[in-house]
Every structure is written in structure tokens, then in C-alpha cells.
Design a protein around this ligand. Structure first.
Ligand code: GDP
Ligand code: MG
Length: 447
């Protein structure tokens, strides 16, 4: 996905929140710093970064979570909302009869994006015609013609013609039966006078309802001034940021553009014609943050395991019940430092020398994954894991978005744990000792 680096650092921030004991000033300050670092690395403007993290800090320290929400959930929500805010409003290009004109500097992706857009409208069952009005690059005619043929939309061009206005005049006539007409124009290395005049003339003639600026994400924060300059020249109505797949600077481009008047409507995420994503700020951020996963994580860490729960789980295990649920509870206990020590004294020798070896971080990661996998299992499967054969494994993997291999790992771990528990239960002396510590409740009879 685009902006992998940023996504990963932000997810780490949310995990830190989920794993913390309480939301206090120290934690809030720490996560504000982490977010700052992550955004700066993605090339977001320093001033903007300071603004947003200050706002996150202020809200996290002052706002009370709404009813039914924990402080952790609320802080995650604040971060999400503030990130969405810096990307601006969502805009969609209406699926109505219209003329669209593409503008932008040389090499930014105008022609490619003309093809992508024509494919987009074509798929929505609109009749699309494109016009090759780049009169400066000799190869531009062939490039667009080839793309139009590939997509299956109408093409108009006049090879050798030097006047963009003439081409557009003829093209509009030729495409008069079309629903959507897209005009691809020339670019330059910089926004020069003759380019401005040319796109102004074309705009005056075609009266396009959309004047779409195409911008390469790798220009980073420079996207802001560039968008502004084109806006002053022809009144940009929408922006498409291309090459989001190939640069860490995408964060800079997106946020810089969103501060100008023209909203981002699509992002280009590859060289192929289908590599065009509608830009929906809220969806973009929730994907970046892995929101679905985060909710699971938060729910799981809502409250730590209490001592009573730890004892309860141990008793269940002692009574001979050991399903996936008990294994999960047992692992959860082991990741929880307080109950961990308690339970270690309760369970001498189970499992192995785990006291010294438990890597809490790693165990939490694994638990987190297991939780997601187990959420895709039926009650019957959770209670009786041995019924889980390969077709069920595939279904569970699909449902939880993991690989089948990972479901098998969970089952493997279950089998190992079950064996360890059995071994322990077979040791009469250890069992007696544990029983005494548990308060000697009537467990003996159940075993
Ligand atoms: P124009 O001069 O503005 O018309 O730019 P072109 O459409 O000819 O594109 C310039 C180069 O950028 C071409 O090699 C395209 O394949 C490439 N390109 C365009 N959009 C994207 C994108 O979203 N991702 C990637 N990776 N390459 C792109
Ligand atoms: Mg071009």
C-alpha cells in the first residue's frame, strides 16, 4: 500500500496506546512526539505537523471519552480524526456529461492519467472520447492513441498540427456524441508564459467543467506552490496526485495540495491503467492506520487480566478443560505482568521455564494475531479444535485475512500447549501443590 513507512510508524503508535496501562500526560506527550517523527519522515510540512500534534495533545488531555468508550479508544479516535482533517474534504467527479481538461508540468503523468480516467468513466458505462492536444511532444499522439485503443474509448488527434486550439476545436466536434470528453494537453519543465497562454486558450474554447491538475507525488511539499500557480492560471478544480506508489514524499504532496483550494480526487498508484484510486481522506487514513485491526487490538487490551480471571482460567484448565479459548486466556495471562507473577507461583512448571523466557512484546503480537484468527472461527471450532481440517483452515484464513500457514501455526501451538498441560496434570505432586494454592476447591473429583 502507499506510504508504507508512514503507515507502519503510525500503527506502532496506536499499538503503544493499546498496550499502555493508562492514558496519562506522559503517554500523550510520547505519542505526540512519535506522530511528529512519523509525519516529518513522510515529508509533511513542519508547521502542519506541529499544528496537528498540538491538537492531538490538547484533545487527548482535555476531552472526556464519550459514554461507552475507553480513554484509549478515544485517543485513537482523536488521532484518526486529526489526520483525516489535514487531508481536507472529499470530492467526487460527478458521472454526468462533461468536458475535462488535464493540465500539469512535463512528465507528471497527464497522458497516463487521461487513460486511467477514461477507463474509470468507461467502466461506469459512459461514452468517453479523448483528445490528444499535446502539440509539443511528437510522441504524445501515439502514446495517447495506444492507451485509448487499449481501454476501448474514442480517440481524436491531428498528427503534425501545431495549434492545440485547432485540435480541440475539431476534437470537440468529433466527440460531440460522447458523455465524457477528456483533453490531454502539453506540459513544460516549468510553468512558462507560453504554456499558460496555451492552456488558457484551450480552456476558453472548451469550457471544461473540470480542470484537473496532475502532480507527481515526488515533488513533495512543492506540490503546494505548484498547485497554486496552476490555479492562478486556469482555476484548478481538482487534483490528481500520481506516483504515490513510488515515493516516501507522498505525505508532503497530499497535505500540501489539500491546503490549496482544489481537492484531490484520485491518486495514481502505479503505471498500469487500473492503478487509479479514488481519494477518500477518511478511508485513506483508516487504511494507513489499519483501523479494523486497531479496533480488535483495543478491545483485547481494554482491561488487563485480573487475578480472579487468572485463577478462574487455571481452575478451568485443572478441571481438564483445555480448548483454544483456554489456551488464549492462558497466553493473555502470561503477557500481563501482575497476574504473570501470580500465576507463575500458582503453576509451578507450567509451561516449562516460561518465567525467564516470556517475551511479552512478542507474545502480545502473537496474541493479537490469534485473536483475529479466532474471531473467524465458529464456537464448535473453538471448543473442539481437532475438527479444524484443511477446508476449514482455508475458510478461517480467508475470513481473518491471514495465510493458511498462520492458522496452522495457531493449531500447532494449541496441540503443544495441550500436551504440556496433560503432562502437568499427570504429575500428582505438582497438581496437589497447585490445588493447595488455589484454595483447595473441589477440583480433584473433576480430574
Ligand atoms: P505527462 O508528460 O504528464 O503526460 O506524463 P506521462 O503520462 O507520459 O507519464 C510520465 C511517466 O510517469 C510515464 O513513464 C508513466 O508510466 C509514469 N506514471 C504516470 N503515473 C504513474 C503512477 O501513478 N505511478 C507510477 N509508478 N508511474 C506513473
Ligand atoms: Mg503527456
Amino acid at each position: 500500500m502507499v506510504l508504507d513507512g508512514l503507515g507502519k510508524s503510525l500503527k506502532d503508535v496506536l499499538k503503544k496506546i493499546a498496550k499502555s496501562n493508562t492514558v496519562d500526560e506522559k503517554l500523550v506527550k510520547e505519542i505526540a512526539k512519535d506522530i511528529q517523527r512519523a509525519l516529518l519522515q513522510a515529508d509533511v510540512n513542519v508547521k502542519l505537523v506541529l499544528e496537528i500534534t498540538k491538537e492531538v495533545e490538547r484533545r487527548a488531555l482535555n476531552e472526556k471519552p464519550p459514554a461507552g468508550k475507553t480513554a484509549k479508544e478515544h485517543v485513537v479516535r482523536i488521532i484518526y480524526e486529526e489526520l483525516v482533517k489535514i487531508l481536507g474534504e472529499r470530492k467526487e467527479i460527478p458521472l454526468t456529461r462533461q468536458t475535462i481538461m488535464m493540465v500539469g508540468l512535463y512528465g507528471q503523468g497527464k497522458t497516463t492519467t487521461t487513460g486511467k480516467l477514461s477507463r474509470y468513466f468507461h467502466k461506469k458505462n459512459l461514452k468517453v472520447g479523448v483528445i490528444a492536444a499535446d502539440v509539443h511532444r511528437p510522441a504524445a499522439y501515439d502514446q495517447l492513441k495506444q492507451i485509448a485503443d487499449q481501454v476501448g474509448v474514442s480517440f481524436f488527434g491531428m498528427p503534425g498540427e501545431k495549434s492545440a486550439v485547432r485540435i480541440v476545436e475539431e476534437g470537440l466536434r468529433a466527440h460531440s456524441g460522447m458523455d465524457i470528453i477528456i483533453i490531454d494537453t502539453s506540459g513544460r519543465h516549468a510553468l512558462e508564459g507560453d504554456l499558460i497562454q496555451e492552456i488558457k486558450d484551450v480552456a476558453n474554447l472548451a469550457k471544461p467543467s473540470e480542470r484537473i491538475l496532475v502532480l507527481d507525488a515526488s515533488v513533495g511539499q512543492q506540490a503546494g506552490p505548484q498547485a497554486q500557480a496552476f490555479h492562478d492560471a486556469v482555476g484548478v478544480t481538482s487534483v490528481i496526485v500520481t506516483k504515490m506508489d513510488g515515493t516516501a514524499k507522498g505525505g508532503g504532496a497530499l497535505t500540501a495540495v489539500s491546503r490549496t483550494q482544489a481537492p484531490i480526487v484520485f491518486i495514481g498508484v502505479g503505471e498500469h491503467l487500473e492503478d487509479l484510486d479514488p481519494f477518500v481522506p477518511s478511508r485513506f487514513i483508516s487504511r494507513l492506520l489499519g483501523m479494523g485491526d486497531i479496533e480488535t487490538l483495543l478491545e483485547m487490551t481494554k482491561e488487563g487480566v485480573s487475578e480472579e480471571e487468572a485463577i478462574e482460567t487455571t481452575k478451568k484448565i485443572m478441571s481438564g478443560r483445555f480448548t483454544l479459548r483456554e489456551m488464549y486466556d492462558q497466553m493473555e495471562m502470561l503477557t500481563n505482568v501482575g497476574p504473570l507473577q501470580k500465576i507463575m507461583s500458582l503453576l509451578p512448571g507450567l509451561p516449562g521455564n516460561v518465567q525467564d523466557k516470556v517475551n511479552v512484546e512478542e507474545m502480545q503480537e502473537r496474541l493479537y494475531k490469534y485473536r483475529i484468527i479466532m474471531d473467524s472461527m465458529t464456537d464448535a471450532e473453538l471448543d473442539e479444535p481437532k475438527i479444524i481440517k484443511s477446508s476449514r483452515i482455508n475458510r478461517i484464513a480467508k475470513g481473518s485475512g491471514v495465510e493458511a500457514k498462520e492458522v496452522r501455526q495457531l493449531l500447532q501451538q494449541y496441540n503443544n500447549s495441550k500436551k504440556a498441560v496433560k503432562g502437568f496434570m499427570g504429575n500428582r505432586k505438582l497438581r496437589k501443590q497447585l490445588m493447595k494454592q488455589l484454595g483447595g476447591q473441589n477440583l480433584e473429583g473433576q480430574m
